[in-house]
Structure formats: C-alpha cells, structure tokens
Design a protein around this ligand. Structure first.
Ligand code: PEP
Ligand code: MN
Length: 286
C-alpha cells in the first residue's frame, strides 16, 4: 500500500526501476570515493576545472580548491565538445597530471569517460568515473561502467526525463555496481537566458524515488558564473548530497567553460557562505 508520507515514495507515474528504487531499498546508498563518502549527512564539494589545460593551470586550481574546502577534484581529460574544432582535452597526459595532483592534494579524482574503449584507461587514474550528459543513454558505456569497480557519477541527459535518468542508472546497477551518484546538471527548455534550466526539483524527486545520492552541477546548470553561488546555496537547501562545480585559476583565459567557472577567491568565499546554509539544514560541508 503506497502512502503519502514524506519519507515513503509515492507513485511516480512510471514504474521505478527495481535496483535504483527506494521502495526496494529504503536506506540511502552511501557512495565511497576513495574514502570520501557521499549520501550521508555530509555535503561533498567536487571542484576543479572543466578541462585540464596545462600542468600550471591544473595544479594551481587543484591546490586552491583543496585549501578552500573541496572534498573531491574534478577535471576533464577527454572532453565532449559540440564542435570538433574546439579543444578536445589533453587525453592521457591530462589523466597523468590529474593523478599527480590528486595524490599531492589528497583529493580523490573524478574525470569523464566518453567511450567504452577508455574505461580501463580512465579507471586506472580516476577514483570515480563521470558519464556525461551527452552519454547518459550510451548503453554500452553504461554497461561497461557497471562492470568496473569504481563509483560512477552519472549526469542527467540534457533532454532526459527523470524516468530515463533512473533507467540509465539502472543499467549500471544491473551490472553489479551500486556505487552510483546521480547529478542534475540542467535540462533544455525554451529558456535562453541561461545555458540550461537547472531542475532543482529533481533533487527531492530523485531522493524520494531512489536510494542513490543526488548532487547538483550549478556550472553547466546555468552557464553563468555570477549565478553559480545562488544556485549552489539553493541546491544545498533543497537537499542535494553534493555539488560539482567548475573552478579555474584564470577563467577569462580558459579553453573550455570559463564563463561559468568560479575564480579562486569566488570559490573560497562561496564555501564559507555555504557552510551556513548547510548548518541550517542540519548538514555539514565535509
Ligand atoms: C563537464 O562536467 O565538464 C561536462 C561536460 O558536463 P555535462 O556532461 O553535464 O555537459
Ligand atoms: Mn564544462
């Protein structure tokens, strides 16, 4: 019998896939990323550049986000770019640099994998694999990721419904990997003033339907650096288990997504402000 209490999932209007369903597993799944846990009472900040561009750029940014309160380092070595003429990422050399600075700072590393043929290589460096928005329904990639022993950060497709998002996660769990984090990163709507429309209602919805942790990406979700702090605070207030955000030591010169990347002082300031919001909802920024 389904109830309407706040703690029990109600009918979503579609069948909730069984492995991701909170009906089948009521307790929250805690994802462990090389010792950093997501899905418990702490809110985890994942920060770093959109793309690895050089050793200097990556190391300066990574050291600053580590000092500023990030729990996990992000950075793309293989970049899914709309134009084939844009910077495609540094590839394996980028992974090597990420591995070095992850070790130095002690921050576990999340980086994107775009192709089944890259899973083994990327998993050799990363503590968590990111499957990006454009690949949310790349079913062979979801299956391959599910076979790998590393946690998976699955980003919502920019035109995916909540049902499709949960079905994509189900592909991964179906292969025996339940270490999956769901990331809302903005969807396409008729609105053009923002890059995407950040669907904050996805947080309570996903947490109600599923036991998996849910995080927010306010950088891709808005495409606007000045709006990132406001949406990050709102994400914490609405119950997100973490934030993934783009930070760059010199956003004006960035090869990718500089317009939505916080600079280093902005990041430091935001984390200070965020701690107050977290306390107000009985959570900690770890
Ligand atoms: C990214 O995180 O850099 C990225 C490409 O994100 P998305 O897949 O959400 O566009
Ligand atoms: Mn980006």
């Amino acid at each position: 019998m389904e109830t309407n209490s706040c703690d029990v999932p109600v009918n979503a209007g579609f069948p909730i896939p069984p492995r991701v369903s909170r009906k089948i597993k009521p307790e929250a799944t805690i994802v462990n990323v090389a010792g950093v846990t997501i899905g418990g009472s702490d809110i985890v900040i994942i920060a770093g550049p959109c793309a690895v561009e050089s050793q200097d750029q990556l190391f300066e940014t990574a050291r600053a986000v580590a000092a500023g309160g990030a729990g996990i380092l992000r950075g793309g070595a293989f970049k899914p770019r709309s134009s084939p003429y844009n910077f495609q990422g540094m590839g394996e050399e980028g992974l090597r640099l990420l591995g070095l600075i992850s070790k130095e700072t002690g921050l576990p590393l999340v980086t994107e994998v775009m192709d089944t043929r890259q899973v083994e290589l990327v998993a050799g460096y990363a503590d968590m694999l990111q499957i990006g928005s454009r690949n949310m329904q790349n079913f062979p990639l979801l299956k391959e990721a599910g076979l790998c022993k590393k946690p998976i950060l699955l980003k919502r497709g920019m035109m995916a419904t909540i049902e499709e998002f949960l079905l994509a996660a189900e592909y991964i769990l179906n292969q025996g990997n339940d270490q999956v984090i769901l990331c809302e990163r903005g969807i396409r709507t008729f609105e053009t003033s923002t890059r995407n429309t950040l669907d904050l209602s996805a947080v309570p919805m996903l947490k109600r339907l599923s036991h998996l942790p849910v995080i927010i990406d306010p950088s891709h979700g808005t495409g606007l650096r000045w709006m990132v702090p406001a949406m990050t605070k709102a994400a914490v207030a609405v119950g997100a288990d973490g934030i993934i955000m783009e930070v760059h030591c010199n956003p004006e010169e960035a090869l990718c997504d500089g317009h939505q990347s916080l600079n280093l002082p902005e990041f430091e300031q935001l984390i200070k402000e965020l701690k107050k919001i977290a306390l107000a909802v009985d959570r900690n920024i770890s």
